[in-house]
Design a protein around this ligand. Structure first.
Ligand code: PLP
Length: 413
């Protein structure tokens, strides 16, 4: 190669690099500077409206994920936006050493809608569960002393990523590397009524924590008879019932909280994800038995109940009424009806707009094929998981379901 050709090659190479840094800037920065804890898809979203997302290339997508059940009313909902912006302009943050109206009003809404008595605000699902565990242990400590601390959870559950909620999670894969973990957790098989006394009968048990539908565990609803038997046993033995409604809460399953499907009354409810419609907020709702357990200095959070997040949450929570919940049920049923009996579909589970779909082809391939077609899906274990915005339209559902079925059928060939 002569010097001229080498130079031309070099120039071409530099042009390629420049072009790459322009187009893939974000992906390169991310790879270079962000801890590699996520297996990201090669897509960068820049805008969203309702259930539509737009990427950097201008391609549009129907979103069936809501950012894992977070954007309850879709992207940039007008009313939510107005509430949040008004609060941004008025007051962004003060410490919890002072009163602010949005968190007080939000707590009132949550208590009125659920019959719970008090709320502790935090910033995530894991933190909401941490608070629930702490309240359960302190309640038990106050009444029975220090040896009644055990929290029973269900096998195949998911409760978060802090050390406490990792060990509360009933899946061995989450119990690697980070030990020693806090002590005092056991895992009961879900839907096995006969096993209940073996686990809850231990005198060190202070609480049972469960999801009404195991989300990360593969969209597995609990049997009503099991849930009722657990709650009856727990109430008879002064064991607290904690419902982890982080994913199933805030209208997701067609009830305000998933436990309402079972006609039970938990002592503690944790929630987060969809609560503030796309802002980080968690809440732990405390029932009659435990409403006075936490006193000044017993627990706290710098950001918990932040006025901007609370303003967003008020906008969402005040609009989840019976009409909206009814529409969530109907849309969920519509999706199930469209999928039921179709070739390549093995099973469908879930309630409302939290749906798990078992397909004959690998879920990873289905997600990739749908993304290519402009539909954003989630997975949970070996299932396709749908968590669309509660406000998604039937037209958008149809586009997504068409793409899903088409993808499955193409992959089968
Ligand atoms: C997502 C989730 C959590 C953890 O919430 P983070 O906000 O990620 O901490 C806990 N429990 C359940 C059931 C969840 O789905």
């Amino acid at each position: 190669m002569g010097i001229k050709q080498v130079n031309e090659k070099l120039v071409a190479h530099i042009q390629d690099v420049v072009k790459a840094t322009e187009v893939e800037d974000t992906q390169q920065l991310d790879t270079m500077y962000i801890a590699h804890t996520y297996g990201r898809q090669p897509v960068e979203f820049i805008q969203g409206k309702g259930s539509t997302l737009i990427d950097t290339a201008g391609k549009t997508y129907i979103d069936m994920s809501s950012g894992i059940g977070v954007t309850a009313f879709g992207f940039c909902d007008q009313q939510w936006q107005s509430s949040v912006i008004a609060q941004v302009k008025a007051l962004n943050h003060v410490s919890n050493l002072y009163y602010t109206s949005p968190q007080a009003k939000l707590a009132e809404i949550l208590c009125h809608k659920t019959g719970m008595k008090k709320v502790f605000f935090c910033n995530s699902g894991a933190e909401a569960n941490e608070c629930a565990i702490k309240v359960a242990r302190k309640y038990s400590y106050d009444s029975y002393g220090p040896n009644r601390y055990r929290v029973v959870t269900l096998q195949n559950s998911f409760h978060g990523r802090t050390l406490g909620t990792l060990i509360a999670t009933g899946q061995d894969v989450f119990h690697q590397y980070y030990g020693p973990f806090p002590e005092g957790f056991s895992y009961m098989p879900p839907n096995d009524i006969d096993a209940i006394p073996n686990y809850l009968g231990d005198e060190s048990v202070c609480a049972i924590m469960m999801e009404s539908i195991q989300g990360e565990g593969g969209v597995m609803p609990l049997d009503e008879a099991f849930v009722k038997a657990v709650v009856d046993y727990a109430h008879d033995h002064d064991i607290l019932v904690i419902m982890d409604e982080v994913q199933t809460g805030n209208g997701r399953t067609g009830k305000l909280y998933g436990y309402e499907h079972y006609g039970i009354k938990p002592d503690i409810v944790s929630t987060a994800k969809g609560l503030a419609g796309g802002l980080p907020m968690g809440a732990t709702l405390l029932g009659e038995k435990v409403e006075h357990v936490l006193q000044v200095g017993d627990h706290g959070s710098t950001f918990g109940g932040n006025p901007i997040c609370a303003a967003g949450a008020i906008s969402i929570m005040s609009r989840i009424d019976d009409t909206m919940l009814q529409s969530v049920c109907e849309k969920g049923q519509y999706i199930k009806d469209r999928l039921m009996g179709q070739e390549g579909i093995l099973s469908i589970s879930g309630k409302g707009l939290m749906i798990g779909i078992e397909t004959v082809v690998p879920v990873k391939d289905v997600l990739a094929a749908c993304l290519e077609k402009g539909v954003v899906l989630l997975s949970a274990k070996q299932k396709v998981r749908l968590l669309p915005a509660l406000t998604i339209s039937y037209e958008e559902i149809d586009i997504a379901i068409d793409a899903l079925l088409e993808s499955i059928h193409e992959l089968q060939r």
